[in-house]
Design a protein around this ligand. Structure first.
Ligand code: SF4
Ligand code: SF4
Ligand code: SF4
Length: 278
């Protein structure tokens, strides 16, 4: 039995929204029982797109587009929250909301930490992306969103087949989950997710001077170390810092080494001024 997943290469995504439009084209006014009722025409984007802006300085702004369908989680909190088996995971890994059993279970919208379940107000029905299960069951190689992408950013297929498009992509790239801290074992993988930007300024307590050439070591949650050196203004930065609980240390010959824990959970963190003493 195939195990379906999706991988999205954000380095190639130009934010054209074709994938979102294709999802609408496939599902608005079209019901595909038993896997989906009609998607409403307005709002209710089963594939939403987050736009993340990173401003490193006024002339260096990067926007990353993050297309976000249901993550078809391996440990899906929505399925646990549903009554009467209204949300279930198929053997092929696709998570489905049963449009009949889920009717009236409005609270299911809040059960998804990714915000991927929408309430169809007219039907009182929670709904979401189906990985286009009706097409997959018909032998399609990829869902409508992936098929419509002009940049071929989206890879879909059987992750248990080493020859599949997605398996080859995952083998060649370092893909990661979006919000792994949710602990839901998502089956949508990303390459190029924006990383936190961490910066600060080191000064010498004595005389309050800028501290140049300080070695700043950032140790990530996995123990991996990154280093930066302060410039003549005492400034340092890490553009691709890891997320989570880290440790940061400042070393300069003749001064006491300082070390402290930090949690990187925002896009941009400025630590302010750090004072070094002898
Ligand atoms: S992303 Fe949300 S709706 Fe989709 S399987 Fe995971 S918890 Fe359920
Ligand atoms: S897989 Fe299908 S249902 Fe899911 S976002 Fe893509 S087009 Fe929409
Ligand atoms: S269609 Fe492709 S390039 Fe356009 S927003 Fe979607 S993933 Fe990005």
């Amino acid at each position: 039995m195939a195990k379906y997943a999706m991988a999205i290469d954000l380095n190639k995504c130009i934010g054209c929204y074709n994938c979102q439009v294709a999802c609408k084209d496939e599902h608005v006014y079209n019901a595909f029982p038993p896997v989906a009722a009609e998607q409403p025409a307005f709002g209710q984007f089963w594939l939403s797109i987050e736009e993340r802006e990173q401003v490193w300085n006024p002339s260096h702004i990067k926007v990353t587009y993050i297309p976000k369908p249901c993550q078809h989680c391996g440990d899906a909190p929505c399925a646990k929250a549903a009554k009467n088996g209204a949300i279930y995971k198929r053997e092929d890994g696709i998570v489905i909301i049963d449009p009949e059993k889920a009717a009236g279970q409005k609270d299911l919208v809040a059960s998804c930490p990714y915000g991927s379940i929408y309430l169809n107000e007219e039907k009182g029905l929670p709904q979401k992306c189906t990985f286009c299960a009706h097409l997959v069951d018909d032998g399609w190689q990829e869902p409508r969103c992936a098929q419509s992408c002009p940049m071929s950013c989206m890879y879909f297929g059987d992750v248990e087949d080493p020859e599949s498009k997605i398996s080859k992509f995952l083998a060649a790239n370092q893909a990661e989950a979006f919000h792994p801290e949710y602990g839901t074992k998502p089956n949508v993988y990303y390459v190029g997710l924006p990383k936190p930007h961490l910066s600060g300024t080191v000064r010498l307590a004595e005389g309050n001077e800028c501290a140049a050439d300080v070695t700043v070591t950032l140790t990530g949650p996995d123990g991996a170390k990154r280093t930066a050196t302060t410039d003549c203004f005492g400034d340092f930065d890490f553009k691709n810092a890891p997320r989570g609980a880290c440790q940061i240390a400042y070393e300069l010959a003749g001064y006491a080494t300082q070390s402290s824990p930090i949690v990187l959970d925002k896009e941009i963190t400025f630590l302010g001024e750090i004072q070094l003493s002898r």
